[in-house]
Design a protein around this ligand. Structure first.
Ligand code: BGC
Length: 466
């Protein structure tokens, strides 16, 4: 993305504050993961503590996404008017209040409101944290941040799965276990709140507001040499100069609309392949097939986290499209296999009598499916959306595509269990496999390869295909 430093000889050691900046911004990703992964291993406890049926539990799970959509919608405004740092403090504050309040086990209405606000915080943090980082951290670190952010999400999902399993096994009483689960989220939320208090403001935002002196002060704290500071200020000034002019004019150009549709459909498919049904409901789904215990609870978060690591390397080596093809093909095969496993199981009253064959097929299918998502669609959908928009329309483009991602995530969280109840267990997996095929066709026909080309080259390429 930023080629400037590849030409200059840059020191690979950074000031301590740079690591601190990365750490706090990464906490935004971690909290995203903690809230996404919270449900899987707490669903039974929530149901017990609040006497919920499947629909009530789905409703509680899904309201996170409604908050996410709202947070994503407003985050562009927060970023512009409050500044990046204050927006991060604000997100940390919302995370803290909502998780601490949840720990007091308020009425179900208030508990749901808290989950809405957790989603609101996630929506803000998932927009602001990468933005802040890309504007504040040195160029070499910026490049890999897209994947690292995703890695933090998966670490968050894994972490909360482990702690929730541990709490559930140790404290049998749901009204003791549930508050403790929220306390874990609250601890990281407070860490983010206090951490972001001490962060410097983004120099790019300060320049945008005409506060050059303060911007210089921040850059002197983050960069090693005077030369680097001068180069960075020049680059910011150049981009700001280019950025002047009417955003609206840019947005109504046919080209922007075309790119926007590509981003929107890509994010839609990232959800329609069914990932969050696994992230949220894997223990429930394994339970339908008579599988309980640690394998049912920990397989998805563990595989998801471990196989996000190869993505960091493969995104640059294979390129975005190849990863999307391979990932979707694997997910297609495995969703088909999972559907067949449930077809084989049929309508049993007692899952304990289900034979080993469909269980093994289901487990293998889920492992390969999560592997297929983690190293491809998980990070790549977000990376492509951060790369395809022209500079002027990037904030709006990313806001809209993020909202679409959350909207479809919410729909799946809200309706997938009921869908299986109504249309039979295999039907949902078959549906996901159809979406995988459609996703492959879409990538082949419409998604541009963004690996290794500058944003300007990409803009020209997209114009040509108009
Ligand atoms: C998706 C989330 C999902 C997570 C799983 C992200 O890329 O947007 O919805 O829960 O991956 O790792």
């Amino acid at each position: 993305m930023n080629k400037r430093f590849s030409k200059t000889k840059e020191k690979d050691s950074y000031k301590l504050i740079v690591y601190f900046i990365c750490l706090v911004a990464a906490l935004g990703g971690l909290l995203f993961g903690l809230d996404q992964g919270f449900i899987a291993n707490s669903l039974d406890i929530i149901k017990a503590a609040y006497h919920l049926d499947t629909q009530g539990a789905e409703q509680y799970s899904a309201i996170l996404a409604t908050g996410g959509v709202t947070g994503a919608l407003l985050s562009g405004l927060f970023a512009r008017f409050m500044g990046r740092k204050k927006s991060l403090v604000f997100a940390g504050f919302i995370f803290s209040i909502a998780s601490i309040s949840s720990a007091f086990l308020p009425s179900f209405f208030l508990l749901s409101a808290c989950r809405f606000f957790l989603g609101f915080g996630v929506g803000i943090a998932s927009f602001i944290a990468p933005l802040y980082l890309s504007e504040t951290a040195p160029a070499k670190i910026r490049g890999s941040m897209g994947t690292l952010f995703q890695l933090m999400i998966t670490i968050g999902i894994f972490l909360i799965s482990v702690t929730n399993v541990y709490i559930e096994k140790t404290f049998i009483n749901p009204t003791v276990a549930l508050p403790l689960m929220f306390v874990i989220v609250a601890a990281f939320a407070l860490l983010m709140l206090f951490g972001s208090f001490v962060l410097p403001e983004s120099p790019r935002w300060l320049m945008l507001k005409g506060r050059k002196k303060e911007a210089l002060q921040v850059l002197q704290r983050t960069f090693n040499t005077k030369k680097e500071v001068t180069l960075e200020i020049k680059e910011i000034e150049n981009t700001l100069a280019k950025d002047k002019g009417h955003i609206l004019k840019e947005l109504i150009k046919g080209n922007f609309l075309k790119i926007l549709i590509i981003g929107v459909v890509l994010q839609m498919f990232q959800q329609l392949v069914g990932i969050n049904v696994m992230i949220y409901y894997a223990p429930t789904i394994f339970g339908y097939a008579g599988m309980k215990g640690l394998i049912a609870m920990m397989t998805v978060p563990t595989v998801n986290m471990l196989f996000t690591f190869p993505a960091i390397y493969l995104v640059e080596k294979w390129g975005r499209k190849k990863l999307l093809y391979v990932g979707a093909a694997l997910m297609f095969i495995t969703m088909l296999a999972a559907g067949l496993a449930f077809q084989y199981i049929g309508n049993v009253v007692d899952p304990a009598i289900i034979s080993q064959i469909p269980k093994t097929i289901l487990l293998a299918a889920v492992i390969v499916y999560i592997f297929g998502f983690a190293f491809s669609w998980g990070p790549v959908a977000w990376i492509v959306c951060s790369e395809i928009f022209p500079l002027k329309g990037r904030e709006i483009g990313m806001t809209i595509t993020t909202m679409v991602n959350w909207t479809f995530a919410g729909l799946l969280m809200r309706y997938s269990l009921s869908f299986m109840d109504t249309f039979g267990k295999p039907s949902l997996f078959y549906l996901f496999s159809v979406f995988c095929v459609l996703a492959i066709i879409f990538v082949a026909k419409f998604v541009p390869e963004t690996k290794g080309i500058t944003l300007e080259e990409l803009e020209a390429k997209l114009k040509k295909t108009n």
